[in-house]
Design a protein around this ligand. Structure first.
Ligand SMILES: *Cc1c(COP(=O)(O)O)cnc(C)c1O
Length: 556
């Protein structure tokens, strides 16, 4: 609230039908605060973000004070006042996700055209739940799904001619993101694996208890590597399974699912009369970017008659690249594949997709209602988890056409190659240690002087454990300090590298998706981290590390 607000009641707008009518029909004046802001954003978005977001971090508890009011606003507020509030309290303390030095998360810069085009989407406010509220948006969305299906499954033209707009089938489901996409995939898996047959009307009607009884199973599980995304845990939970029914399989030294361990576990589960409902492959792990051996996974899934889903929320767009699509070889054998358009397709958030190999797979989750989504209609709401949905497909369609496959290939290639270059920088810098090699455009590393790396390899287990704890503290505090200084951002996660006997190891995580991130920026990020590590706050950690290793460490 503005400071003026307390002493001038007449600052409030008046709640009247006439005013409401104006709000719904008339734009703000050309020189109003809102329109000036609109122009500022349209003419110079980068400048707007740079100037309006304050770089130095304010404590979240402090920010909460600006949002402490719990009572509903009784009287209307002038638009101009709300805009000022937003600029001062919200925009200023947002995160500059588009900054080229913001390389910690999967949320990155957007191509400029997304901004005006998203206005069209909002202006039209189409609802994809049914054709009566979306008309041309429904075929557009189905076309986008068709194109992405083709990217993965590469069926012939006749196939797409038959299925793309066919009300009896679906090439996939558009949704708000990878989480809902994964839930949708496992929902289909569940309903197919426990489908109707004589004497049983299917799990969708009769539920888990009767399904297990009818099929004679002790229980059902989903298997994924320990790098699997936590959305899968949500998925088994909402599908009426237990979280323990999502089984994490160990990974190899390159963070890929260990196929031998998977086979062994499947064998064991079979002996316990457990149903392997689905195996989930990871194509672009959130933490490390690693890609499972999808061909081997397909073979195991076949052997155990399990549904195969591939979570390519991050890595899916690698398929645009003729140079690197081989990294996902075998993906075409999956029953379904998740791809997030709001990650490596550079669409604003709220755009996920799950593609199904079999155009009739989604029939397993179809729901009908009389007033809407009637049988035989083209309404998409019958086969999606979500109900009302915006026309985000417009933006995916635009990305696909304005960038083209070739444009996406360039983005994918440059991300992968920049990650390789950064890995080389890290390896060449004696202060840092690369923890996971990039396969796609994600890598992890930590600050750990070379001499200390060597010492760790040979140290006795207890000394190694203690040194590792200190290094974890160093990583945690460095990451936080760098974020707070506001010049650059890398994220952090915990891995268990083989090199160090699987000790819990905190690492910096870097996601290189912003095409504006240069090698110079990456070099600066390393430099800043090394400089920060010389500050007095880290002195005690260095002393303890020196005491443990008896090395002359270059700390403060
Ligand atoms: C991001 C991600 C998800 C979740 O997607 P949301 O869009 O955040 O819901 C799932 N799996 C993987 C591998 C991801 O990277």
């Amino acid at each position: 609230m503005s400071a003026k607000q307390g002493n001038s009641i007449d600052k409030h707008a008046e709640a009247s039908l006439a005013n409401l009518e104006r709000i719904f029909t008339l734009p703000e004046g050309a020189d109003s605060t809102l329109m000036r802001l609109d122009r500022e954003i349209s003419e110079n978005l980068a400048g707007f973000l740079r100037e309006r977001i304050v770089a130095v971090e304010k404590d979240l508890a402090e920010v909460e004070q600006d949002f402490a009011e719990s009572r509903l606003p009784e009287q209307p507020r002038f638009v101009a006042e709300q805009v000022e509030f937003l600029l001062e309290k919200l925009v200023a303390h947002s995160v500059h996700t588009a900054a080229p030095s913001f390389i910690g998360h999967m949320t990155s810069a957007l191509p400029y055209f997304m901004l005006p085009l998203s206005k069209i989407m909002i202006a039209l406010n189409q609802n994809l739940v049914k054709t009566e509220t979306s008309k041309a948006f429904t075929p557009l969305e189905r076309q986008v799904l068709g194109m992405l299906h083709g990217l993965i499954y590469e069926q012939d033209d006749a196939f797409y001619e038959q299925w793309m707009h066919n009300p009896d089938g679906h090439l996939g489901a558009f949704c708000s993101g990878g989480t809902v996409a994964n839930i949708t995939a496992l929902w289909v898996a569940r309903n197919r694996v426990y489908g109707p047959r004589p004497g049983f009307r299917g799990i969708a009607r009769e539920g888990w208890l009767r399904a297990l009884r009818h099929y004679g199973d002790e229980g059902a599980v989903v298997l994924v590597s320990e790098r699997g995304h936590y959305s899968l845990s949500k998925a088994v939970d909402v599908l009426g399974m237990g979280r323990d029914d999502l089984i994490a399989i160990p990974t190899d030294g390159a963070n890929r699912i260990d196929i031998a361990a998977l086979r062994q576990r499947c064998q064991q589960l079979k002996q316990q009369n457990m149903r392997i409902m689905a195996i989930v492959g990871v194509a672009g792990a959130t933490e490390t970017g690693s890609v499972d051996d999808l061909q081997a996974l397909a073979a195991v899934a076949k052997e155990y008659a399990a549904y195969l889903h591939v979570d390519a929320a991050w890595g899916g767009p690698t398929l645009f690249s003729n140079r690197y699509r081989h990294l996902l070889a075998g993906i075409e054998q999956a029953d379904s594949v998740t791809i997030d358009a709001h990650k490596q397709m550079y669409v604003p958030m709220g755009a996920g997709m799950v593609l199904f190999k079999d155009p009739q797979a989604q029939q397993a989750i179809v729901h009908h209602a009389q007033y809407i989504i009637r049988k035989g209609s083209r309404d998409l709401g019958s086969s999606t988890l979500e109900g009302s949905r915006p026309g985000m497909a417009l933006l995916v369609h635009s990305g696909l056409h304005i960038l083209g496959r070739q444009g996406y290939e360039l983005l994918v290639n440059s991300g992968i190659e920049r990650a390789k270059a950064f890995a080389n920088l890290i390896k060449a810098d004696s202060h840092f240690e690369l923890i996971s090699e990039p396969v796609l455009n994600i890598l992890t590393y930590r600050l750990c002087p070379q001499a200390l790396q060597h010492w760790l390899q040979g140290a006795d287990p207890e000394a190694r454990r203690q040194a590792n704890l200190l290094l974890n503290r160093l990583t945690r505090q460095l990451q936080k300090t760098q974020r707070e200084r506001g010049r650059a951002f890398v994220s952090r996660t915990q891995l268990n590298p083989e090199r160090y006997q699987r000790l819990d190891t905190l690492v910096f995580r870097v996601v290189l998706a912003n095409p504006l991130t240069t090698d110079a920026i990456l070099q600066q990020i390393l430099q800043e981290q090394w400089q920060l590590a010389q500050e007095p706050q880290f002195a005690e950690m260095w002393q303890q590390l020196t005491a443990l290793s008896a090395l002359p460490l270059p700390g403060p």
